[in-house]
Design a protein around this ligand. Sequence first.
Ligand SMILES: [Ca+2]
Ligand SMILES: [Ca+2]
Length: 392
Amino acid sequence: MLKKSFFATAIVVLLNIDIAHSQCNGLINPANFKVNGSAGHLGNNEYKLTNNTEQQSGSIWFGNHLDLDADFTLEFEIYLGDADGGADGMTFVLQQSPQGTAATSIGGGLGYRGITPSMGVEFDTWKNPDNNDPDADHISINMNGKVKHDESQITSPFEVGNIEDNKYHKVKFTWTASVQLFKVFWDGNPNAKIEKTIEMKGLLFNNNSFVYWGWTGSTGNAKNLQKVKMISGNFKQELTISGTTKPSTCQPSGSITINVAGAVAPINYIWSNGATTQNITAVGAGAYTVTVVDACGNIGMQTFNVSGNQNSAVVIICPPNMTFDNTPSKCARDNVNYNLPVVKSNCPEYNLVQTEGLPSGSSFPMGTTVNTFMVTAPDGSTATCSFTVTVK
Ligand SMILES: [Ca+2]
Ligand SMILES: [Ca+2]
């Protein structure tokens, strides 16, 4: 998982993002979600987490990381079944599990048990004495895939009566990044049911602000149909950047062409070499990192490697020295032909010139003529060689 740099955070601040951009909502498109286990999309942004069947476990995750350095508001309606004696409940989860969007839980534990590192808001409909569950259905904020209520958890359980009542219940989560305040709103009440300062990034998530969010649910020997509707999402997500590179040969001639999925225009690009264009060209071999910030303040970073051999050194090899008798009745040797020097270079665009002597095919005078050639590579480096033609 990519960790966002201070550099990237600074860019977001410098760009003074307009977070009220009209296209910055609408992130709840089903195409953006990954479903696992017993979960499935039912249409109209509604998902089942479990069927009304025993021993079910399901999860759904938004496909891109959410950024905890920015505020978020997520609204849902959840349905926990119609049987008060049913089970087990469901959990809203922020997580950095190594399994990513494939994270699931085997067996009970509201589909949340074992998913770590994480923060989970459980809506628990079954009293498990082993977990110190209270008598009534309850809400609590848990951490690191643990469903047992003890002093290590973030909040104590909050009893809400029976919520397996064949009704949808509104639930809203808000996060204020500047003061690390997390709130849980329940059943449309304008006052938060739970309000808790949580050092999520620093304590739970190893100083990494990018987390996956989603829902999990499970049944055990008792069961219920359990569902969640996505109502609205307003958050910053990590943009996914893909790209292709062209190698650099001879002189800086590489390029990187990128695509940013789901970004809202206008998009700002900042490359590690100072370029601010979407794509970069005429670059030498090496690693280049691009930071992308879209109109909603969504951010992405990716590093690309341009391959290539930038060594444009040239080698020149002259033919051997040559000796001739003079042409009869002339003080010279006519029609002396020789092969041009051999040049070895990574760059086909070199320039070869003769700087001394006579060209091949010339009539060479009596005595020794020195022939010198010089090759110049595109980067200006040169090499020379000489050979002699002697006429006696
Ligand atoms: Ca329980
Ligand atoms: Ca109940």
